[in-house]
Ligand binder design. Structure first.
Ligand SMILES: [Zn+2]
Length: 128
């Protein structure tokens, strides 16, 4: 299951990070950025996170997912920015074919296909 293994690798990298950089207070939310090219179910990801976090210091935390647009770079003309989707109108959840809006050459994806942790929301240790 795609979401399950993604949640697991997120959890493992976050726990490794927290061993090096402990935070005071309980972690309530883990903010992640999800690229548009990464096709997954946010619901399944959150469920997997909840199950996997059980019994760890992250138990009870939730994932807050932010979607980020795809950004590309064109090796032919140097264009950098948003991609043009070649997928036909009406396609749904198709893997998009990306091309340069300026010269139509195939482009390199520089952002928009990863899942990355970008921040944490913690509860103040002394708050009620
Ligand atoms: Zn180009």
């Amino acid at each position: 299951m795609h979401e399950y293994s993604l949640a697991q690798s997120l959890l493992e990298s976050l726990r490794a990070y927290l061993r090096e950089h402990p935070v005071p207070g309980r972690i309530r939310k883990v903010h992640v950025r999800k690229g548009e090219l990464l096709v997954l179910s946010e619901w399944a990801l959150s469920q997997a996170w909840r199950i996997l976090a059980e019994g760890t210091e992250l138990a009870g935390s939730e994932l807050a997912v932010e979607n980020v647009p795809v950004r590309v770079r064109c090796p032919s003309c140097g264009y950098a920015g948003e991609a043009r989707y070649l997928a036909e109108e009406g396609w749904h959840m198709a893997v998009p074919i990306l091309s340069c809006p300026r010269c139509n050459a195939p482009v390199e994806v520089v952002d928009g296909r990863d899942l990355a942790i970008v921040g944490l929301t913690t509860e103040e240790p002394d708050s009620l």
